[in-house]
Design a protein around this ligand. Sequence first.
Ligand SMILES: [Zn+2]
Length: 134
Amino acid sequence: MPSKAVHNSALFVSAMSTVGYALLNGCQVEDVLLPCFGLLSGVFITPDHDLAESRWSIWQLYGKFFSHRGVSHWPVIGTLTRIAYLSPIPIAFFAYSHWHFPWPLFGKWLLWLCIADIVHVTLDIVVSRFKAIA
Ligand SMILES: [Zn+2]
């Protein structure tokens, strides 16, 4: 299993590559902020929360429900389980603030978070296979 630092570095490189490619192809800075934020969100909303390493982590209960590299590592489905797990926080915020939930922005962010998870899972698979033959 790649370390947390390797996963975070891969997401950072993915985000910077996406931003660089988009800017070089005429996108405006404001157009690349959301993809960059979505990819880097993968550092904090990682599939490896199924390990529940920290006893006092907000992810402790998530780690009890999901075994390591099980559903939590399924592309899209795993991402949605973590979003559902965290959903009481924004639901409470928007219920009390009377603001409208920004669905279009959320949808775009979620798409990039799914891509971040695909980067994570791909790295897990590649490193596991490499270790198996090494
Ligand atoms: Zn993993």
